[in-house]
Write a protein that binds this ligand. Sequence first.
Ligand SMILES: [Zn+2]
Length: 179
Amino acid sequence: MKLDVLQALRNPGTEYAFSAEQELAPQDVGGSEVTFDVVKLTGKLVAGEDGSVTVEGKLSTVAHAQCAKCLAPAISEVEGDFRETFIHGGDPEDDESFAYNGSALELDKLTLFYVMFNLPMRFLCKEDCEGLSMYAGSDVTIGTEEDVTTTLCQDELNVQRPFAALQQLLAEKSDNAEN
Ligand SMILES: [Zn+2]
């Protein structure tokens, strides 16, 4: 989404509140895909005498990925503060800086940068997810006094097994990526 800054450029030094929504394309994070809800940005912007525009505020979205342990769908709320100065007439494609042309800012790069910066190290379907590994072997004992627990594990085993092959695939993929 483009953020119109014409008014701010006409009144350097005056702060203007803004809110914006920015779509974010799916991102490859460590070999698995993360998708995002529309990112909401709110804050204020102010233009300098030199035509630069400084934006600062907060952004938030919900990221969707796979649980790092069991590969079930997992979501994480992503929030962060941002502050950047867009240089007028610079190259918007330059990775080292933020720039704009005309009288509107493109928020896609800023949004991507700050969402990725605030992404959790890993996604979990639930905080105490025990993952696949403890069910994957043949050492699940049945008929002990822990029958209730074991039955539960068996159910989970059946549900989660379809992902085992995928997990193997992902593991191989990340092995290759490291080489
Ligand atoms: Zn999980």
